[in-house]
Structures are given as structure tokens and as C-alpha cells.
Design a binder for this molecule. Structure first.
Ligand code: PHB
Length: 395
């Protein structure tokens, strides 16, 4: 057989390039139909372990309601236990981004861990939906077209509780929390509204996360005799704080109020020590809307557990992802289209309908709740359609 001429070789080469290009195109098309890899980066151990499980349950519940597919693609889950440890956060998120090549990351609970995740998502362009962690910066200076939150900013429940407590006439308040972004920012939101309403934060107490040695601080509160105490604690730490507050003889003497995490998902373990506590949050146990009723029934049936705010946030992370992927037909690369669809959506949440603000944080009602008979009952709306200021967000 004759060797091909130079010209024939060139034509063959071009044909090969064209074939390769076609194959690549087909590969992309295949990728669209391939499973959607969802990286769940959540705490499965430590003081926030139950919160991580509730988020995952809520997320899976909505995916299952949609027949196991989002944007036409079946879901494959990859899980990482972040242990609520900021020191391990960058390594952990890079396992999902670089090793597992996930399409989207859903996580996490702890604000310090979430900050590292937001940075990695911003640098790599990976889609990130935060189903709890309230770090203000995630929808502030760290905001990005590919970063969304289905939960709240730390400022939001704090601000709502500050407004409500000022209206109730409290004047001098002591705050107590864990010394990290969530505690600081929750207290910051509270203080902003409470002092605007005429009150004064007379002392800010804190201890390192996740310590639960509250005794010395409770002794200090007893000596200070404020009109009320505002607190941010959550998960296992919230259970112990409420029990220790009562055991120290402060319950009934100095009203304890908080961001609603203090009593959400924790009431069975807190028992009567939580009775009467007043908190502000974007969810409650006695909401009278059909979506919540259906959600609570389905959740209890699927997991043999009562849902809480974390389960709702996981469920809504899946709702937001579903909205974005429906608009892009399952293509996570179409970031502008994804963001536009989520931003114009109204999410029919068990918490009540909400929208997503410009910085990608929920604009939502904050309920004033009181613990009655083992439930967080709504006693009013502390702030209607409260939007986080999103200070410093420039996309
Ligand atoms: C947070 O670290 O942002 C955080 C953790 C637990 C909560 C709420 C916020 O319940």
C-alpha cells in the first residue's frame, strides 16, 4: 500500500481532530446525563452530630419526593464528616472538590468550617449550598455567583430577638455564647437591635467552642442580676446549657432568651428545664401551613424522628438545587442561569414561603417562639421578611 501524501496526511489529521472533538462533545452530553455527584460535608460526630444528620435527612427527603433525580440526573452522594473542626476544613472540602470531583457541595453546620468551604468554592467555582452555618461573610464579603444559603445569617435570629426583647421592656442584658463567628455574630445582631430599641448589653460572656463548662459563667450571671440573658448555643451544648441554667437556680429568676437553636431539636433532652423559654427563629413546631404539615408527616414516617429547623434547611437546600438544575437541565456549569433561576424563585418551605436575596441569603420571617409542652410554639412574628444586610457583598 502506498504511503499517504503530505496532503492526505493533513486531511487524515484534520479528520482525526474532528472525530476527537465530536467524541468530546458526546462526552459532555454524556456527562449531562451522568449521575450528579452531591458532596455532603456535615458534622456526623461531636456536639453538632444530630444537626448534620437532620440536614442530610431533609435533603434526601426532597430528592426522594422528586423521584431521586434533579435536573434529570440521578444523584450519587459522597459524604465527609467535617467534625465541626475548622482546622480540618480546607483538607476536607478539597477531598470533595479535587479527589471526588463533585458537582455540588452541600454543607455545613459550623460557621468556621463554612468559611473555609466558601473560600474553596469561590476559588474553584464549585457550586456550594450552605444548609445551616450562618457566618455573615458567606453572603457578605465572600458572596459569589456559585454560593447559596438555604438557612439564615447569624445576624438574622439575633436581630429579631433583640427587637422583640427591647419591645418587652428589658433594659440590661448579659449575653453568653461560644467564642467563634456564630456566637459573636448572633450576639452582634442581638445587640444592634436591642440597643436601637433602648436596651443595653452590660456584659458579653463567652467560652471556647465546643466547651460546656458553664459553671463559673453562670455564677457571674447570678451576681450581675441582669433583666435577661441572651444566648447562642446549639446541639449538645444547648441541651447542657439549658439544664445547667436551671440547675444553677437561674430559671424563673432571670429570663433566658436566645436564637432559636437553643431549643430546636433539643427539647426531648432538655425536658421541663426548657419550659417557657423565648427564642426567635425562622421555623417553629406549630406553623399552620399545608407544606409544613406534609413535610412533618413525611419526615416522621421516613426517619421515625420529629423534624427540626435543620431538617427544614436540608430540605430547602434540595429545593433550591432542584430549581437551579431545572433551569439549566442538570448542567451545573451554567452558573449565571442557575443563579438567575434561584434568585427569582419563591421557595415553598415548611418554614413558610421565602425568597433569596441578592447576596443569596434567605429573606424570611423570624418567628417569636415559646416552649410550651415540649414544643416551640409560635407566639408572634418577631420580624417580617427579614433580609440580611449582606454588607460587603459584591458579585
Ligand atoms: C454556626 O456555626 O453557624 C451555627 C451552628 C449551629 C447552629 C447555628 C449556627 O444551630
Amino acid at each position: 500500500m502506498k504511503h499517504p501524501s503530505k496532503r492526505q496526511a493533513l486531511q487524515l489529521g484534520l479528520a482525526a481532530v474532528a472525530a476527537a472533538t465530536l467524541a468530546l462533545g458526546a462526552g459532555n452530553a454524556l456527562a449531562q446525563g451522568a449521575k450528579l455527584k452531591v458532596g455532603l460535608m456535615l458534622p456526623y460526630t461531636g456536639t453538632f452530630a444530630a444537626l448534620g444528620t437532620a440536614i442530610e435527612n431533609g435533603f434526601r427527603l426532597h430528592v426522594d419526593e422528586l423521584g431521586g433525580k434533579l435536573g434529570g440526573r440521578e444523584i450519587e452522594y459522597v459524604k465527609v464528616d467535617d467534625e465541626s473542626d475548622p482546622a480540618k476544613a480546607t483538607d476536607n472540602v478539597n477531598k470533595l472538590i479535587k479527589r471526588d470531583n463533585v458537582d455540588v457541595i452541600v454543607g455545613t453546620v459550623h460557621s468556621g468550617v463554612a468559611m473555609a468551604m466558601a473560600k474553596a468554592a469561590k476559588d474553584s467555582g464549585t457550586l456550594l449550598i450552605v444548609p445551616n452555618a450562618g457566618a455573615n461573610a458567606v453572603t457578605g464579603p465572600m458572596c459569589a455567583p456559585n454560593i447559596f444559603r438555604s438557612s439564615f445569617s447569624n445576624w438574622q435570629p439575633g436581630y429579631a430577638m433583640g427587637e422583640a426583647l427591647a419591645k418587652r421592656g428589658a433594659k440590661n442584658v448579659v449575653t453568653i455564647t461560644w467564642k467563634y463567628a456564630a456566637g459573636d455574630e448572633s450576639v452582634g445582631g442581638f445587640k444592634e437591635a436591642f440597643e436601637k430599641g433602648g436596651g443595653k448589653v452590660v456584659k458579653e460572656l463567652s467560652l471556647p467552642f465546643p466547651n460546656v463548662e458553664f459553671q463559673a459563667l453562670l455564677t457571674e450571671i447570678a451576681a450581675l442580676k441582669p433583666d435577661a440573658v441572651y444566648t447562642f448555643f446549639a446541639g449538645g451544648g444547648a441541651v447542657k446549657f439549658v439544664k445547667d441554667y436551671a440547675a444553677a437556680g437561674l430559671k424563673g429568676k432571670i429570663p433566658l432568651v436566645g436564637a432559636g437553636f437553643l431549643t430546636d431539636g433539643t427539647l426531648p433532652a432538655q425536658g421541663a428545664d426548657a419550659d417557657g423559654l423565648l427564642t426567635a427563629l425562622h421555623y417553629a413546631d406549630s406553623l399552620d401551613n399545608p407544606k409544613d404539615k406534609a413535610f412533618r408527616t413525611a419526615y416522621a414516617q421516613a426517619f421515625k424522628l420529629q423534624p427540626d429547623v435543620y431538617a427544614v434547611q436540608g430540605y430547602d437546600a434540595a429545593q433550591m438545587l432542584a430549581v437551579g438544575l431545572a433551569a439549566t437541565k442538570g448542567d451545573v456549569g451554567k452558573k449565571a442561569e442557575f443563579a438567575a433561576a434561584v434568585q427569582k424563585a419563591t421557595i415553598d418551605s415548611p418554614r413558610g414561603k421565602f425568597t433569596i436575596g441578592k447576596s443569596h441569603n434567605p429573606v424570611q420571617d423570624m418567628y417569636l417562639r415559646q416552649v410550651v409542652g415540649g414544643e416551640n410554639k409560635v407566639i408572634g412574628i418577631a420580624s417580617k421578611a427579614l433580609a440580611d444586610p449582606g454588607r460587603g457583598c459584591r458579585m
